[in-house]
Design a protein around this ligand. Structure first.
Ligand code: UD1
Length: 419
């Protein structure tokens, strides 16, 4: 495994362009296999998770290739296999996204049950229940999940929790089902809206995406199309927090300010200047020093504070004098980064769901490990303001979600190298 080596203490100055959203790209790539003709996607980030999804689509028979740096062509006309290989499921839980599209296309889908991960158990019951309500019969055994249907039939589905992935899987299958599907207590994330818009360009009728009730009128056939993915709001938030922690002044280009509702208000409250220049550009200006404050955040489904920004926000709060409270409400075990941050001198007390952060004390470098993607980004943020060099192991884990992070941070003045 490679490492990030960060020499902290440099202010960040300049502009960074935000890439397309990983969490929009993955379900949209999966949805593309429902089309009758090729689909051309623009703004797809070059990430390991995207490579895994590419291999998943190829494993079921699609032809997939890059036509430009961030443009991906998916030709689904030769789809014929319904089983996702074990190694690909093990590499990425989001491989699960192909179950809805494969059911729609072939009438069956087989995946291996994804195991738990560092941030919690992450069951898939809501995916299975939703697809079952559309007419798929699940067979489970030996860690394998096989779903089969003769046809998919629109249905009234009430999710007991607004799961992002379950909402997306059901939306995809429903867009090729007979009749209308209603998803109540649906997830409302911007990535759901992006998937809905993509399905519409393929010919599905989707209403209400971005609210808690989505209605989909399925179509017999979906057509090939061309589509541009939304910018990655988590990447934008991470770079904003990196600037706030390291100090400096950075322009985030290709960033939709409305997609990060919880973060800007919090940063302003703490003294960071956040200028929403227009619909696509946000300027982040860190103060010379932070005043004492007492900040508390609770993660929640959108439009609540994003769980995917919680570790990075925790790392940033180490700069702000005062006692702060972090409460993680989406995943049951997403505070593992507290232990790694403590190796750098951070004063944090945490159990699985709640952390108290004693901010305003200086950090020193250490040898630390990225436990998961966002926890790794949190370590990079802490390292940018540490007084001595930090070595972060598990570089590949961070690169699952951030394209060329080291070189892009370096372009705005950070000292980050790769080993
Ligand atoms: C997606 C994002 C992930 C983000 C998360 C929450 C992708 C590829 N990943 O993950 O980055 O952190 O949304 O914003 O888009 N749950 C169940 N049963 C299910 C499904 C989920 O109990 O069938 C629970 C999970 O264990 C978790 C909660 O619901 O506690 C939220 O999970 P979910 O919204 O499904 O997240 P993902 O789609 O996996």
């Amino acid at each position: 495994m490679g490492e990030f080596v960060v020499h902290g203490g440099h202010r960040l100055e300049g502009a960074v362009r935000i890439n397309g959203a990983k969490n929009a790209a993955l379900p949209i790539m999966a949805a593309a296999i429902m089309a009758e003709d090729p689909v051309l996607l623009h703004g797809i980030p070059r990430l390991r998770d995207v490579d895994v999804m590419t291999r998943v689509l190829q494993a079921v028979g699609a032809e997939v290739h890059w036509t430009a740096a961030h443009d991906l062509l998916i030709d689904p006309r030769s789809i014929q296999h319904y089983a996702v290989p074990l190694d690909l499921m093990q590499e990425m839980r989001a491989s699960l996204f192909v179950t809805g599209p494969l059911l729609a296309r072939l009438g069956q889908a087989q995946v291996f049950q994804p195991g738990g991960c560092n941030i919690g158990d992450r069951p898939i019951d809501l995916h299975v229940q939703g697809l079952h309500q559309l007419g798929a019969i699940p067979y489970e055994g030996d860690g394998i999940l096989l779903l089969q249907c003769s046809t998919l039939q629109g249905s009234d589905i009430h999710l007991s929790y607004p799961s992002v992935g379950a909402t997306e899987n059901i939306m995809m299958a429903a867009s090729r089902a007979t009749g209308e599907t209603r998803i109540r207590n649906a997830a409302m994330e911007p990535e759901i809206v992006d998937l809905a818009q993509f399905l519409e360009t393929m010919g599905a009728v989707v209403r209400g995406a971005g609210t808690s009730e989505i209605r989909i009128v399925g179509q017999k056939e979906l057509r090939g199309t061309e589509y541009t993915i939304i910018p990655d709001r988590i990447e934008a938030g991470t770079l904003a927090l990196a600037t706030a922690a390291a100090g400096g002044h950075v322009l985030l280009q290709n960033c939709i300010p409305d997609h990060v509702p919880g973060l800007w208000g919090r940063l302003r409250e703490i003294g960071v200047e956040v200028r929403e220049i227009d619909a696509e550009n946000v300027e982040i200006i860190a103060p010379d020093r932070y005043k004492s404050a007492s900040i508390s955040i609770h993660t929640n489904p959108y439009p609540g504070f994003a769980t995917d920004l919680q570790p990075q926000f925790t790392a940033f709060l180490l700069k702000v004098p005062g006692v702060h409270l972090i409460s993680e409400r989406v995943f049951e075990n997403r505070l593992g980064h507290a232990r790694e941050l403590r190796r750098m001198g951070a004063q944090i007390v945490a159990d699985q769901r709640v952390a108290m952060v004693y901010g305003g004390h200086s950090l020193h470098g250490a040898q630390v490990r990225a436990l998961d993607l966002r926890a790794g980004a949190a370590l990079v943020i802490a390292a940018l303001s540490a007084e001595t060099p930090t070595i972060i192991a598990g570089r590949e884990i961070i690169e699952r979600g951030y394209e060329s992070l080291a070189s892009r941070l370096q372009a705005v003045g950070a000292d980050v190298t790769l080993t």
